[in-house]
Design a protein around this ligand. Sequence first.
Ligand SMILES: *Cc1c(COP(=O)(O)O)cnc(C)c1O
Length: 395
Amino acid sequence: MKSSPFDAYFVPTYARSGAPMVRGKGSYLFDADGKKYLDFGTGIAVNALGHGHPAIMKMLKKQGPQLLHASNLYFTRPQIDLAKLLIKHSFGDRVFLCNSGTEAMEAAIKFSRKWATAQSAKKYHVLSFADGFHGRTYGALSATAQKKFHSGFGPMMEGFHYAPLNDIAATTKILKSKPFAAIIIEPIQGESGVNPASTKFLTFLRSYATRHKIALIFDEIQCGMGRTGTLWHYEQRGVRPDLLCAAKPLGGGLPLGAVICREEFVARTIAPGDHGTTFGGNPLACALGCEVVKLVASPAFLAGVRKKGALLKSRLSDLMRIMPDIIKEVRGSGLLIGAEMNDDPKKLIAACRENGLLVIKAEHNTVRFLPPLIVSESEIRKAVAIFKRTLRAMK
Ligand SMILES: *Cc1c(COP(=O)(O)O)cnc(C)c1O
């Protein structure tokens, strides 16, 4: 696809093309030319309940006229309800609400450092892993161990260190070299190609962090909130973090992020005034967030995600078997599935869009499938059929 006349208005942070998107319904998006797309990108894992979900629309109409903003100088009902729900459905007993994934990461880093430097002044180091992605503001960016995101924006923050994912020996060596406050990890790396951390590695990090009083932060901004078939991904691994960051689908399409943590652990060292946000946890986003959590946390809903995820993965694996020269590997969990291609899939993804299927590129030649969690089995079959047809036509 060629560049767009609308590019002239924007700082060019994204390579966009095509007609603007104007409407969504269920698993479909519609553009200004009336073209219909099967949305297997869901605005980068945001629209977990698809577009225009009745529960979300109902709450939008109910909360909208009541209260849009009051600030964090006061409590609001929706934020209390959301905090209670997140606590009920997780390991945590304290919640911090913000507006995005990167803000959740910033808060988690600050809470961990405050807690750790209270133990010992030099205990401020932060470890994260190669190819991870944690956001674009300086703390989260410093934790994002990918040179291409740092290039031209240096220096990164002091005290951030990187280790290779799933390499226990190399990670131990780095951990022993400095007093660490926090370890940050995506249990499944999303942006860099749907790469799972091994359960053995997560278990190792858990025990090392416990022994050395280091805060273990799970970035579940992409893999959490039902995406992989359990409400939180950590549930499947038998490893609990000390802090968990959530965002993307949490606000039902509105900006909303959260840090879930424990009082006796990191939250006790935080005092009023230490951290804040004007918009964070605003009533409308939280009201929608409550609907999202209630729906997604239901065991029947999550069982559906696992079943549909298995279907998508097996259909893509079938494709790989008949096109081994094109598809290298299919991996992922639930409805977070990556198909690694032998070549750069940029053109393939553009051709899929032409053919009415939206998918997203991830690193290392991977096509990412992030359908809404409410997707139907027939929509999954349809998406794989479009993908197959597009691959055939490009061959
Ligand atoms: C998207 C993402 C972020 C950043 O979230 P924003 O809301 O874009 O700031 C952080 N971590 C992971 C794993 C993500 O997928």
